[in-house]
Design a protein around this ligand. Sequence first.
Ligand code: HEC
Length: 232
Amino acid sequence: MRFLLVSCLLATGFVQAQTTTLDGVYTTAQAQRGARTYKTICANCHEGGEPDAAPLFGGDFVERWREAPLAFLYGFISKEMPSDEPGTLSTPVYQDAVAYLLQQNGYPAGAKEITAQQVADIRLVGEKGAAPLPASALVRLVGCLQSADGNWQLQRATLPERVRTADASTPEEVALSASTAAGEASYLLQRIESFSPAKLQGKKVQAKGMFDIASGKATLGVLSLVAAGDGC
Ligand code: HEC
C-alpha cells in the first residue's frame, strides 16, 4: 500500500501546488546583471577553463538539479562557488547569477526578482514541469528502519530530497534529519548490509543513496546510514 503511495506520488511529481521555475520567478533585468557576473567570473572555469566545471546550460545541468527546491542549487552556488574563493560574493550577486542560469536554461522571466529568502519555496522542475526523479538520483531519506519479510525497509519515511553527496554527511545534515518529522512513505533498502543495519533496527535513521523505482517499489541503494534522533 505505502509502496504504491510513494510510487504514485513520484509518478505525479508529488502533486504539489507550489511555485516552480516555470512560473516566472526572476526578472529580465536581474538576469542581465547575472550575465555580467557569469561572464566576468563563472565563465572563466565553466567554459572549458577548469575540466571539472561542467557547462551551466543545457539538459544535463537541469537533470542534476530538478525535482528539488531551488534552494538546492542556490545553496550550492552561494556556499561552494567560485570554487577558488567559495562564498565570497554578495547575496545579491548570487541571486542574480541564479536568475541568469534560469534564463539560459530556458525558464521564463516574470515580474519579481528572486531572493535568497524565497529559494526554499520555489521548485526547480524540468521544461515540462514536475516529473519523476531521474534514474540514480542521490537522495536523503529519514524514517524508521525495520526488517520485514527478509527485507530492510524504511518506514514512516519522508519524501526523497536530492543531495550532492550520498556517501557522507555533515553534522548539520544529521541534526536536520533528527529534527525532521516522520513521513508516510516506505522504501526498500538495498545494499545495506555493510552499514550494520541490525544495530539500528527500530530506530529513526537518515539513509542516503541512489533512488530508484524497481517493480513499482521505491528503493534506495544505500550509500550511508546513520541514527538520527528519536521518534520511531
Ligand atoms: C575557479 C573555477 C570556478 C569558478 C570561477 C566558478 N566555478 Fe562553478 N564549479 C567549478 C568546479 C571545479 C565545479 C565542480 C565541483 C563540484 O561539482 O563540486 C563547479 C561546479 C559548479 C556547479 C555545479 C555544476 C553541475 O551541474 O553539477 C554550479 C551550478 C556552479 N559551479 C556554478 C558557478 C557559478 C554560478 C559561478 C560564478 C558565480 C561559478 N560556478 C564559478 C569551478 C568554478
